[in-house]
Design a protein around this ligand. Structure first.
Ligand code: GBH
Length: 503
C-alpha cells in the first residue's frame, strides 16, 4: 500500500514537471511577428535596370573569391523578380510584418542623390504595394551593408561626409515610400559594419585596419543614424506618423567564473560589442560607455598616440545621438563566455579592437552547435540580454529584429524548431519580468546569400533551391511551427505539424 502511494506520488510529480515544461504560453495581445531578409542576400538583379555597384558586388567578383564557395549574390534568391512569391510566403505564414532592406545603388546608382533611378523606386513600390494588399506591414531597413562602391572609394564609413550622403539617401526613401512605410530601421548592425568590415576581413570592404578604422566608422555610423532620425523627427513624423530606430547586434557575454575579473571582462566585452552603439543612444546620459573610453584611451597613450584612437564625441554630438531612436532593434543569435587572463597579454595584434577590449572570448562545447561556427543555442543568454537591456537603458521599447538558426539545408529542421521554441520561451520569461518587448522577427524568411559563407549556411524558414532557375521555395518544418505560433499567438511545445500539411 505505502509503495503504491509513493509510486502514485512520483507519477504525479513527474506529470506536473512535464506539464510545466510543456506549458502552453500566450504572447501579449498586441505582440507582432515577422520575418527578415536583406537586399543583397536575396534580390539578385545585381546590374539590372540601371543599378550601380555596391561593395558586395565588388567583393564577390574579386579573384580569387573571398567567399567560401566562390558564389555571388548576382542572382541569389532572385527576389528582384520573384517578390510576388515572397509576399505569398509571408501570407502563408500569417506574418504581421516583413523586414527587408533597400539596396542603396538600386535607387542611387552612384551613391549620391542627384541621380535617382526610377526603375529602383518602381521595384520597391511594387513590393510595398503587394505587401499592403495582403495586409503585411513593411518594416524597411535603410542600410543593410551594401554601400555604393563609389562611396567606398572615398573612404566609405571612415569618411565623415558619409553623414550627409546617408542622410540624402534616406530622404529619398522617406519622400518616396514614407506614405506607406511606417516602420523604419536606419542602419543594420553597426558593429558588423565597423569591426567586421573595417577592422577585419570578415565583411566587405575587408579593410582589416583594426584599432583605428572601426572607431572612425563607429562615430560616423552613430552620427549618420542620429542625423537621419532627426530628419524624420523634424520633417516627416508629423505627416507620415511612423517609428524609426536602429538594429544593433547583441551577443550575450557571460563571465566564465564568479571572479571580479571575469565579470569585468564580460562587461568590457558587452560594452565593446554593443554598448559602443547602444549606450550613446539609449543610456541616461548618452556618449560612449566609460569602459570603452578608458580602455582605448589608456592603450592609445601607452602606444604613443597623441590622442585616443577612439575619436571622442563633442557635447553637441552626444546630444544629437542621445535618444535618437523610438525603439531598440535587437538582433541576437548567441552567447559567448568571457574571461580575463593577463598572461595572454599580446595574444592580439597591437593596436587592435580585441586588444583594447582585453577580454578573451570562448565557446562552451556543451551548447548545441549550428552550421555557422559562431552560432550556438543558449536561450538563458537571450534572457540575460533582455533583462540587461531593460535595466541598463530604462526599459526601452524593444523589437527583436533578427533571431535565427543555421543548418546545412533540409526540410525537417528539428533543431531550428527547437531553437525558435526555446528562444521564444526565454522571451516570454523576459516579458513576464517586465521587459517591454513589442515584436519578434525570425531571420530569415528564406535561405539566402550568407555573406562570406555563400550558400553553405541556411537560415531560412523556407528552403530555396538555388540550382533551379525558378529558385523554388519550400516551407520547412520550422515554417509550419512558426505559422502555428503566429496563428494562435501562443507557444505550444507539443504542437507537431503534419508532414503533408499544405500551407
Ligand atoms: C546577422 O548578423 C546579419 O544581419 C544577417 O545579414 C546575417 O545573414 C545573419 O546575421 C546570419 O549570420 O566569427 O568572424 O565568422 C549577425 C551578426 C554575424 C555576428 C557573424 C558574428 C561572426 C563573424 N553575426 N559574426 S566570424
Amino acid at each position: 500500500m505505502t509503495r503504491l502511494v509513493i509510486f502514485c506520488t512520483l507519477l504525479l510529480v513527474g506529470q506536473s514537471l512535464a506539464i510545466k515544461k510543456s506549458r502552453v504560453r500566450k504572447f501579449p495581445d498586441n505582440f507582432i511577428f515577422g520575418a527578415s531578409t536583406a537586399a543583397y542576400q536575396i534580390e539578385g538583379g545585381w546590374n539590372d535596370d540601371g543599378k550601380g555597384l555596391s561593395i558586395w558586388d565588388v567583393a564577390t567578383h574579386m579573384e580569387p573569391s573571398p567567399i567560401i564557395d566562390a558564389s555571388t549574390g548576382d542572382v541569389a534568391a532572385d527576389s528582384y523578380h520573384l517578390y510576388k512569391r515572397d509576399v505569398e510566403m509571408m501570407k502563408e505564414l500569417g506574418l504581421h510584418f516583413y523586414r527587408f532592406s533597400v539596396s542603396w545603388t538600386r535607387i542611387l546608382p552612384n551613391g549620391f542623390s542627384n541621380q535617382i533611378n526610377q526603375a529602383g523606386l518602381d521595384y520597391y513600390n511594387r513590393l510595398i504595394d503587394e505587401m499592403l494588399k495582403n495586409n503585411i506591414m513593411p518594416f524597411l531597413t535603410i542600410y543593410h551593408w551594401d554601400l555604393p562602391h563609389k562611396l567606398q572609394q572615398l573612404g566609405g564609413w571612415a569618411n565623415p561626409n558619409i553623414v550627409d550622403w546617408f542622410t540624402n539617401y534616406a530622404k529619398v526613401l522617406f519622400d518616396n515610400f514614407g506614405d506607406r512605410v511606417k516602420m523604419w530601421i536606419t542602419i543594420n548592425e553597426p558593429k558588423q559594419i565597423c569591426y567586421e568590415g573595417y577592422g577585419s576581413t570578415s565583411k566587405a570592404p575587408m579593410l582589416n585596419y583594426t584599432g583605428v578604422a572601426e572607431y572612425l566608422c563607429s562615430k560616423n555610423v552613430l552620427l549618420a543614424h542620429a542625423n537621419v532620425y532627426k530628419l524624420y523627427d523634424e520633417k516627416y513624423r508629423e505627416t507620415q506618423n511612423g517609428s524609426i530606430g536602429i538594429s544593433i547586434s547583441c551577443t550575450w557575454m557571460h563571465p566564465v567564473s564568479d571572479s571580479y575579473d571575469d565579470h569585468q571582462a564580460a562587461l568590457d566585452a558587452r560594452q565593446f560589442d554593443w554598448g559602443q552603439y547602444a549606450h550613446p543612444i539609449f543610456s541616461k546620459d548618452g556618449d560612449y560607455p566609460k569602459e570603452l573610453k578608458l580602455n582605448i584611451g589608456l592603450k592609445s597613450a601607452e602606444q604613443g598616440y597623441r590622442k585616443s584612437r577612439l575619436p571622442l564625441l563633442s557635447t553637441k554630438e552626444v546630444a544629437l545621438i542621445h535618444g535618437s531612436s523610438d525603439f531598440f532593434g535587437v538582433n541576437t543569435y548567441t552567447t559567448k563566455l568571457a574571461y580575463r587572463d593577463p598572461s595572454v597579454d599580446g595574444m592580439y595584434p597591437i593596436p587592435s579592437y580585441m586588444d583594447d577590449m582585453s577580454a578573451i572570448l570562448i565557446k562552451d562545447d556543451s551548447w548545441p552547435q549550428a552550421q555557422s561556427t559562431w552560432l550556438q543555442e543558449v536561450p538563458w543568454g537571450f534572457y540575460n540580454l533582455l533583462i540587461d537591456i531593460k535595466r541598463r537603458y530604462n526599459n526601452p521599447k524593444v523589437y527583436i529584429t533578427e533571431n535565427g538558426w543555421s543548418t546545412s539545408g533540409g526540410l525537417v529542421d528539428e533543431d531550428r524548431v527547437r531553437y525558435y521554441r526555446n528562444y521564444l520561451n526565454a522571451l516570454l520569461d523576459a516579458v513576464e519580468n517586465g521587459c517591454n518587448i513589442k515584436g519578434y522577427t525570425a531571420w530569415s524568411l528564406m535561405d539566402n546569400f550568407e555573406w562570406m559563407r555563400g550558400y553553405t549556411e541556411r537560415f531560412g524558414l523556407y528552403e530555396v533551391d538555388f540550382s533551379s532557375p525558378q529558385r523554388t521555395r519550400t516551407p520547412r518544418m520550422s515554417a509550419l511551427v512558426y505559422k502555428e505560433i503566429i496563428r494562435t499567438n501562443t507557444l505550444d511545445p507539443t504542437y507537431e505539424p503534419e508532414n503533408d500539411i499544405a500551407l
